[in-house]
Design a protein around this ligand. Structure first.
Ligand code: COA
Length: 171
């Protein structure tokens, strides 16, 4: 792997193209669980437990993709797909790899995969104060379609519902 993360972190020029060209995006396997759980714990106020991830892996309609950089998991996304509807459950990027396009890459790839499996419409809930999440989704074509008041039981925060029609690049 040609990217020296410590060096690039200090220099502040971590390049997503370098990372993406060296990394593999693939379905999550059991061996990834601990790394995914660590990212999850560092990313959300009420992180999912190991048991919840294990349950997701057993559901026919649940998909989890990870971005693997030579054995280091640097991000993941989980969605449910049912009768054309893609419900994005979670996306997170390892802290030291944020703000260089990795989240967008995982999101786009996962939605492309969902389209190949019949997805035509994607939606999600995001905390109203999650500025990074909101920016990520807006940047990737999601629009605000509604609000769920007090949706998050931990903080009583509202959820914004964002949605996007999935259109293949080449038709
Ligand atoms: C949300 C998250 C996945 C974004 O990942 P990322 O790899 O940093 O995202 P990207 O680099 O692809 O950024 C996509 C866009 O969002 C914007 N963005 C990302 N983080 C931002 C932040 N903290 N503040 C403002 N804008 C932000 C970027 O400006 C970028 O647009 P750009 O073209 O102007 O650069 C990451 O911050 C994260 O893991 N957060 C914790 C988990 C979470 O909140 N997930 C979303 C809710 S499920």
């Amino acid at each position: 792997m040609s990217v020296d993360k410590n060096e690039t972190d200090e220099m502040g020029d971590l390049n997503s193209l370098d990372i993406i060209s060296e990394a593999t995006i693939r379905p999550m396997v059991k061996n990834d669980l601990m790394q995914v759980l660590e990212i999850e714990t560092n990313s959300f106020p009420t992180p999912w437990s190991l048991a919840l991830f294990q349950r997701e892996m057993e559901l026919d309609f649940s998909y989890i993709f990870v971005l693997d950089l030579d054995g280091e998991i640097i991000g993941y996304m989980n969605y449910w797909l049912s009768v054309g509807e893609v419900h994005i459950m979670s996306i997170a990027v390892k802290e030291s790899y944020r703000r260089v396009g990795i989240g967008s890459y995982i999101l786009q790839h996962s939605l492309d995969e969902a389209m190949l499996n019949g997805g035509i419409y994607a939606y999600l809930e995001v905390r109203v104060r999650n500025s990074a999440g909101l920016a990520l989704y807006r940047q990737n074509g999601f629009e605000l379609v509604g609000i769920r008041r007090g949706y998050y039981t931990d903080t009583k925060e509202d959820a914004l519902i964002m949605a996007k029609e999935l259109v293949p690049v080449c038709q």
